[in-house]
Write a protein that binds this ligand. Structure first.
Ligand code: GCW
Length: 670
């Protein structure tokens, strides 16, 4: 009895040891793509001491498994103004030198070297020189005061407003580190549907505590502001941008902000859009509004990111409105204003042509806004790797100054002179242990950062490095999963909105299909029928010269290409044309059959993803494996739901059979 008791104790302690050991190695995804804690105690020296350089030294000292590293800050290097680029030279056996002309450049160089090590590309001689394409590489958080996140699918907000500024969560630093490791250098903390409370003194102190954590990682803090703040929190009678009291109020506010946050980045503004207040409430223009804020920030070096996401309920084709409203203002903005334009003319759909505003304003800097959180791409239940979507837009040719004037080149300031450049992504982060809900959603945060640094990296390169750092370098894992990632966005386009269809979503929640959606009294442009225009003749939005003429917002030869149904790329066919059901597609099928085929192809692709994933089980931890496995199962089920809903609904108009060789629907339209 006695021995048995002893054995039990032994058993219990063995169990506890095993349990905690397992816990220590458990992969809940919180590590992201960063190296796990090691201590190689590498020899690392720097020619300066500074909080940012100290981080670089610390990171290398613990993570670098090679010969000594020297960090050299060399202010005289001939690089572009405020450039956070770096050079790396040397090799892992004889030693490496990283040089840069800002402390941040050294930090980026350190992370780059560690990335090479983690991905196994640090063999032989290293000779690298890199510079970021954009000056500002920013995450936009749509986080609210109450901790909720607009279009957030990974838990609650990271920012603990209740306990700030006294309690500073360790997660802020982890967040800053992750961003710095991929070159992100700014974060707008709160929702563009902005609560003015965020710029009261009480909340500025809270934001300042976060900014203190971000600073050494080279991350600037930005805030979204409500244009009516002077009235809402300032006690003024108006927020008219041409009113002297209003102007003074904003100047004082800016002064106060910079006293608390000396390196504050600036304001992000959603004005006269979806019910938000703005300068037009006072008969003023977007330029009047943006310039008033810009004046207030200017003495401190801050910028205004003014969003172009505007469309009136009564307006013309929604896809045309931002262009129509902003191009006449070209040249009227102060030089610390930049216009933030969503990648496509509507709203973060699975596929849109690029916004025609890119290349259309020669005297006004424009920045691109991508959505990393997948509001319209299956949220965190489904998966679509977004680098192909981002790249497709960045590499699209605007033809604004002839062939080769890509969106990336225009926005990075290579075509028209710009005082500064920027790029933003709406964050997909939240309080979930793995940050992004779907474990593979981390790749979207990662690829946004990498493309903001270098828009010419391919989605394949980025997937490759992300997989190797996040899971394992074993090619038996990396190769198939990479192929799956690269196919995932196209699969989603197919099972949701192929051939240029868009906005077929369920009212407001934007997850499932609801092409038939009708809400009494709702704005026409918030209903799917506004976009698909299905009838007995055909389907699609006629934006050609016989329709809304949106094609004319693009430069030649694109406008002609889009305008002619025969030359319009099929992926944009129903974006620009109302095509007849029997229209002959490149495949030789009719439009109706092709539509059915595409929906089916999307579903088949999801089934393939499940097979790919099941096979890689031996290579990774059980937690992330089974999490992704169950999400992929859901994705296939939901893809089938999308296919059935759309095909059965459109069939009411096409009045043609679903090609007999395809699978029959399993849902009914009710
Ligand atoms: O995509 C739409 C979203 C809104 C969002 C808006 C915007 C923050 O449905 O939730 O509001 O765009 O970008 O302003």
């Amino acid at each position: 009895m006695e021995t048995l008791f002893k054995d039990r104790k032994l058993l219990l302690s063995t169990f506890l040891i095993l349990f905690f050991a397992a816990g220590a190695f458990a992969e809940d995804g919180s590590r992201l793509w960063l190296p796990s804690e090691k201590n190689y105690d590498a020899e690392v020296t720097a020619n300066v001491q500074n909080p940012t350089v100290d981080i670089a030294v610390r990171e290398l000292r613990s993570q670098w498994n090679g010969a000594p590293v020297r960090l050299i800050l060399e202010r005289a290097r001939r690089r572009r103004k405020a450039d956070d680029g770096f050079g790396i030279i040397g090799n892992r056996t004889r030693g490496v030198t990283i040089e840069a002309n800002t402390p941040q450049g050294l930090l980026y160089g350190a992370y780059h070297l560690l990335r090479l090590q983690q991905t196994g590309e640090d063999d032989g001689h290293i000779y690298i020189s890199e510079s970021p394409a954009y000056d500002y590489r920013i995450l936009n958080h749509w986080d609210n005061l109450d901790g909720s996140i607009e279009r957030g699918y990974a838990g609650k907000s990271l920012w603990q407003w209740d306990e700030l500024p006294d309690v500073v969560s360790p997660r802020y630093e982890e967040y800053a580190r992750a961003n710095a490791s991929i070159g992100i250098n700014g974060a707008a903390l709160n929702n563009v549907n902005a609560n003015p409370i965020f710029i009261t003194t009480e909340y500025l102190k809270k934001a300042a505590a976060i900014a203190d954590v971000f600073r050494p990682y080279g991350i600037k803090t930005f805030l979204s502001v409500n244009f009516s703040s002077p009235v809402l929190i300032g006690g003024l009678e108006t927020s008219d941008p041409l009113n002297a009291d209003v102007q003074k109020w904003w100047k004082d506010k800016a002064d106060e902000i910079y006293r608390l946050i000396p390196d504050f980045g600036g304001f992000l503004v959603k004005a006269n859009s979806e019910g938000q207040p703005g300068p037009q409430d006072f008969g003023r223009t977007h330029a009047d509004g943006a310039n008033m804020l810009a004046e207030a920030l200017k003495p401190h070096g801050g910028i205004v990111m003014w969003r172009a996401f505007v469309y009136a309920a009564s307006g013309d084709d929604r896809a045309k409105q931002a262009y129509d409203e902003f191009t006449p203002l070209d040249g009227q903005f102060l030089d610390n204003v930049i216009i933030q334009v969503k990648n496509g003319p509507i709203d973060f759909q699975p596929r849109e042509p690029f916004s025609p505003l890119f290349g259309a304003m020669k005297y006004t800097p424009l920045m691109i806004e991508f959505q990393i959180t997948r509001e319209y791409l299956g949220q965190s239940r489904q998966f679509a790797y977004l680098a192909p979507l981002y790249s497709e837009c960045l590499q699209a040719d605007t033809y604004c100054e002839g062939e080769g004037s890509t969106v990336a080149k225009v926005t990075a300031g290579h075509i028209y002179r710009q005082p500064f450049t920027a790029i933003a992504g709406v964050a997909n982060t939240g309080s979930d242990a793995n940050w992004t809900g779907h474990p593979l959603g981390q790749a979207d945060w990662y690829c946004f950062g990498r493309l903001a640094w270098n828009p010419d990296l391919t989605p394949e390169q980025i997937a490759d490095e992300w997989l190797k750092q996040t899971f394992t370098t074993d090619s038996a894992f990396v190769e198939p999963v990479k192929r799956m990632m690269l196919a995932s966005r196209e699969a989603m386009v197919n099972y949701m909105m192929p051939l240029g269809l868009h906005h077929l979503f369920a009212w407001n929640e934007h997850y499932g299909p609801e092409p038939w959606c009708y809400v009494p009294g709702a704005r026409a442009d918030w209903l799917p029928s506004y976009y698909h225009k299905a009838d007995t003749v055909g389907i699609g939005f006629n934006r050609s010269e016989t329709g809304s003429r949106a094609v004319f917002q693009y430069y030649s030869p694109l406008r002609e290409t889009f305008n002619d149904i025969e030359t319009c790329p099929e992926e944009y066919l129903l974006w620009f044309h109302h095509a007849p059901w029997d229209y002959r597609m490149h495949s030789g099928r009719t439009l109706w059959s092709e539509l059915c085929y595409r929906y089916q192809a999307g579903v088949y692709a999801c089934r393939e993803f499940q097979k790919v994933w099941d096979k890689i089980e031996p290579y990774i931890d059980h937690e992330r494996f089974s999490d992704v496995q169950s999400r992929l199962r859901q994705q296939t089920a939901d893809a089938t739901w999308w296919k059935d809903a759309c095909v059965l609904y459109f069939q009411k108009f096409s009045r043609r059979p679903i090609p007999y060789e395809l699978e029959r629907p399993i849902h009914n339209i009710e």
